[in-house]
Design a protein around this ligand. Structure first.
Ligand code: FEO
Length: 169
């Protein structure tokens, strides 16, 4: 049986993962408005990943005999200045999520919950990949600057991203 403290920490993180999904859905809407199909696709894949992250913890908490309490999801930002502005926001958000996963692992450590620590290891590795992936797109956007032609080429490249259902834990 999972401790109450651990249970609450998981519920809080489930909420953060659903907020991430919501935030990226708002970013997808922004890219839809700009008619950038590749950026739209990139966000739609990101949304599915965030959903998988949330459901992974949702399932795990049940597996451990815990109670899932779904919390209110904050309203996300709806407008950005540019694709660069969006990706700066994504990287900043992913760094925040990484800090929350670390905090969750701190709780697992203080609760001496080694099973949770082992489960969360997957999320920690996933955050390294997420930050690297986002950082890669951000670096290209920084290089592109105001070059609209280069932006359209990057948009084309981002059309290739596909969602692979992760095996969590
Ligand atoms: Fe679920 Fe992008 O972290």
């Amino acid at each position: 049986m999972i401790s109450e403290k651990m249970e609450q920490a998981f519920c809080d993180q489930i909420n953060k993962e659903f907020y991430s999904e919501y935030l990226y859905l708002s970013m997808q809407a922004y890219f839809e408005r700009l008619n950038l199909a590749g950026f739209t696709n990139w966000m739609s894949v990101q949304i599915q990943e965030e959903h998988a992250h949330a459901i992974g913890m949702f399932n795990y908490l049940h597996e451990r005999g815990g109670k899932v309490e779904l919390l209110a999801i904050d309203k996300p930002q709806t407008d950005w200045k540019s694709p660069l502005d969006v990706f700066e926001h994504v990287l900043e958000h992913e760094k925040y999520v990484t800090s929350r996963i670390n905090a969750l692992m701190d709780v697992a450590e203080s609760e001496k919950d080694r099973a949770a620590l082992s489960f969360l290891d997957w999320y920690l590795k996933e955050q390294v990949e997420e930050e690297s992936n986002v950082g890669g797109v951000l670096a290209k956007l920084q290089l592109i600057g105001d070059d609209k032609h280069a932006l359209l080429l990057l948009d084309k490249e981002l059309e290739a991203r596909v969602f692979n259902q992760p095996v969590i834990g």
